[in-house]
Design a protein around this ligand. Structure first.
Ligand SMILES: Nc1ncnc2c1ncn2[C@@H]1O[C@H](COP(=O)(O)OP(=O)(O)OP(=O)(O)O)[C@@H](O)[C@H]1O
Ligand SMILES: Nc1nc2c(ncn2[C@@H]2O[C@H](COP(=O)(O)O)[C@@H](O)[C@H]2O)c(=O)[nH]1
Length: 227
């Protein structure tokens, strides 16, 4: 048996046996649902989790720091990175380009550190296609009304942007059933605790109360309201 420290995410067609020691987690949600706030809390004091910093052509918001919140780059540079196959996934979201660069992801997986990608459903689909063992989690708001209140309450987007994000939310949420787990971000502390359970016990997937099929039954009325 060949033992490697982590799976090589782009050579996983190799038929040799290998032992997987680190995980790639995908977290997606409609804009404003709270995924960044949840992931920040998740990363707090956790040395064994690395959040991949997205490259984007979006302009920075007030308070956002280049290299910390995002790598803010030009469209030309983004397109060069696509041509050089530097992204594990990329997508256009709200008229801007967003992509996850392969280098740091692979570096951390190789160091046996679990990696989190905070991306949209299009990116999630690409990652799952290349790496079916990636663990995907979709986060839903408790209602459309709370989603709107959160987008407004964040105080960082103008009315037009908020309108666009609300009208896209349904399109994003339609893809919840492509994910392994579903979490409802109603009470923040509960959602955080659910995420921690998923991340720390993902080997118990079949028994998890947060796996998609169980959550779909539990939250069927919410799903009807949202989608
Ligand atoms: N459970 C919650 N209850 C109330 N407010 C919340 C909850 N979770 C997050 N929020 C608030 O909702 C707002 C949006 O959260 P956040 O920016 O994390 O969303 P996001 O999903 O990362 O959005 P985007 O995809 O646009 O980056 C923030 O002001 C955050 O404090
Ligand atoms: N496919 C990807 N989508 C991404 C990535 N990083 C963020 N996103 C998506 O963009 C929206 C908007 O983000 P914002 O910071 O401009 O509010 C967010 O909801 C994600 O769905 C990425 O690397 N790849």
């Amino acid at each position: 048996m060949i033992l490697i420290k982590s799976r090589d995410i782009f050579q996983n067609n190799d038929k040799k046996l290998y032992q997987i020691m680190s995980n790639l987690f995908i977290i997606a949600a409609p804009s404003g649902c709270g995924k960044t706030t949840l992931v920040d809390a998740l990363l707090n004091n956790s040395e064994h989790l690395y959040l991949s910093v997205t490259h984007t052509t979006r302009k920075p918001r007030v308070g956002e720091v280049d290299g910390v919140n995002y790598h803010f780059i030009s469209k030309t540079d983004f397109k060069k990175m696509i041509l050089n196959t530097e992204f594990v996934e990329h997508a256009e979201v709200f008229g801007n380009l967003y992509g996850s660069s392969r280098e740091k992801i692979q570096e951390n997986l190789n160091k046996n550190i679990d990696v989190i990608l905070e991306i949209d459903w299009q990116g999630a689909r690409q990652v799952k296609a290349n790496m079916p063992n990636a663990i995907s989690i979709f986060i839903l708001p408790p209602s459309k009304k709370s989603l709107l209140e959160r987008l407004k309450g964040r105080g960082q987007d103008d009315d037009e942007t908020i309108k666009n994000r609300m009208s896209d939310a349904e399109n994003q949420m339609k893809h919840y059933d492509e994910f392994d787990y579903l979490v409802i971000n109603d009470i923040f502390e509960d959602a955080l605790s659910n995420l921690k359970t998923i991340i720390h016990n993902n080997e118990n997937f079949n028994k998890s109360e947060f796996k998609l099929e169980k959550q779909v039954l539990r939250h069927k009325y919410l799903l009807k309201e949202l989608i």
